[in-house]
Design a protein around this ligand. Sequence first.
Ligand code: 5GP
Ligand code: MN
Length: 345
Amino acid sequence: MNSIKALDRLAGDSSSITITVHIHPDGDAIGSGTALMSYLTECRGKDAVLVVPGIVPESIAFITENVPEGRILEYGLDPEGACRRIRESDLLFCLDCNSYSRTTPEMEGLLRASSAKKVLIDHHLNPETESYSLVFSETEISSTCELLYTILKRMPDIGGKVENLPLTSLNALMAGMTTDTNNFANSVWPGTLEMASELLAAGVDRDAILCNLYNSYRENRLRLMAHLVGEKMKITPQGAAYMILDKETQERFDFQEGESEGFVNIPLSIKDVIMSIFLTAEEDRFRVSLRSKRGISANRFAMEYFNGGGHEMAAGGKLPYGTGMASPEDAEAYILKVSGLFLKK
Ligand code: 5GP
Ligand code: MN
């Protein structure tokens, strides 16, 4: 049986569907999760819920604004409700997330233990395929939103006509693809432009999406960005630029989850910078964002030194405190050491 038929059957046979995405969800995670949930509820009449590890960041909440009450559960606000939902479900989707370890520890335990059928739809390297009954994994594609779009288009009830999808799905797919390609700056393939073209023709308001994504920030975000680039950014002799968003700076600028999205890309605009490293201090660890230029593997750097992974030129990971990493100074020394090793000329 081909995988679309298998997916169609799994969706048809299930009564309670939960979709989950990666922690610290970005536009692609929230976009793909919302798009699939809207398709399953509106086109298939299914009881489908998107369970978000953490919260939906304010900066991308517009993607979910037309979603009916109760169709999105945030573990960060209602952990019991989120866990109950996972326990009760007979079909689980994991989107834009190559491993359940990229949810929350409690969700990971429940997702792994669940006897529900499991479907992976993801574009990251090294997907944990053995955990799933059905896998849609494609790494040479712009985004999970683009991959999901190719899948939904082939579903029998959609019949190749994207206009048969709910407008909430179409808008969410466009928003997620736009954020993951950094507004068509990276990972754009012929299919990405075809998708954009078809979504536009089907009624997506791209101007509104762009305004929501790029012209609706709080003043604080711009001031924080200027501060980080102006005062904090450093560049190693090997061409690794790094910025550390410490707790004190977060408080000073009233930093909110999701607001540093895109900051890691900025140093790559400098000719001699080949790797950009962005650290955010959290309760018990630094979150790490990495971007590289062609020929340098951010994915390998993340896997070797930052307990993570991602894509070839855009990856991430973490540095837990207690491994000699308690302060920004320790992290800085670590960055100098490992970028020296990794990028040695
Ligand atoms: P970002 O820097 O935008 O947070 O993440 C860049 C890419 O790296 C994304 O595709 C993201 O999913 C991936 N990524 C971020 N953090 C981690 C992590 O802790 N582990 C893994 N495996 N991938 C990550
Ligand atoms: Mn993605």
